[in-house]
Design a protein around this ligand. Structure first.
Ligand code: DGL
Length: 277
């Protein structure tokens, strides 16, 4: 595809084959794409990062739902039959609307790993690091009520973190300064298990671990999501794509996405393309 792609070209490029569509507000979903590609190396995938509108966590719900619907429309037109919403915020706010609007598509959402964290915690005290929007969502409240009965759950909103990662703040003193107050609050809550409740956070896992200490367990659900997607994908008709491809598109800047792709084994040669949307 050309460096700047519009949806007509995207549709033409992908119309000959089924593919898995993946999207996020920006670069974070690449942590899920990485796990998906490891699980399904022979499947074609199209990833859209809505970088021009990231972070979603600070936007109004109706705006996030509208952006998600626009992106799904195009992924569906490009041949996606399974769509992974690689964004906790978009999942909690939009998945029900998307399922109702596209009943024939299979949607896989990403939710904070409250269930695995509750199962893993010995002290029965866990923390969930999330965006501000996920922190106050009904869906997170329901997840906690359903899977963490009798467990103390400290919800830690990290409002500046996804935005900083979008801007390429992936280490060093600037990242530490942002993380420190969040990690201090988590340490004060005396938990033993911490959920990375935003797909951006695995890219700064090392810095989080440095501040929280190595005894705490960090939970990222990317591998579980990839497993679930893999089994749904394999239940469908066999894909007949002789040369599976992975396209990564951004509605905004390309640089952080390109930088993070270098950290995704098997995808490090993929060139990020610009998408008008
Ligand atoms: N990666 C996203 C999530 O998992 C979105 C962060 C944001 O855009 O605020 O929630």
């Amino acid at each position: 595809m050309n460096e700047r792609t519009d949806f007509a070209e995207l549709d033409a490029a992908a119309s000959s084959t089924d593919c898995i569509g993946v999207f996020d507000s920006g670069v974070g979903g690449l942590s899920v794409l990485r796990a998906l590609h490891q699980r399904l190396p022979d499947a074609s995938m199209i990833y859209i990062g809505d970088v021009a509108h990231a972070p979603y966590g600070e936007r109004a719900t109706h705006e996030i739902v509208a952006r998600c619907a626009l992106i799904v429309e195009h992924l569906a037109a490009a041949g996606a039959r399974v769509i992974v919403i690689a964004c906790n915020t978009a999942t909690v706010l939009a998945i029900e609307t998307l399922r109702a609007r596209w009943p024939t598509l299979v949607f896989v959402g990403v939710e904070p790993g409250v269930k695995p964290a509750a199962a893993r915690s010995r002290s029965r005290r866990i923390a969930v690091m999330t965006t501000a929007a996920t922190a106050t969502s009904d869906r997170l409240r329901h997840l906690i009520a359903r899977y963490a009965e009798g467990i103390h759950v400290h919800v830690q909103p990290c409002p500046a973190l996804a935005g900083a990662i979008e801007c390429g703040v992936l280490g060093g003193p600037a990242l530490r300064e942002i993380l420190q107050p969040y990690c201090d609050e988590i340490l004060a809550a005396k938990v033993d298990t911490v959920v990375l409740g935003c797909t951006h956070y695995p890219f700064v896992e090392e810095a989080i671990r440095d501040l929280l200490g190595s005894e705490l367990t960090l939970i990222d659900t990317a591998t579980a999501i990839a497993e679930r997607t893999g089994s749904l994908w394999e239940q469908g008709p066999p894909a007949f794509d002789a040369a599976p491809s992975v396209h990564v598109l951004s509605t905004g800047a390309l640089d952080t996405m390109q930088l993070l792709l270098a950290r995704c084994a098997g995808l490090d040669q993929v060139e990020v393309e610009s998408l008008a949307c």
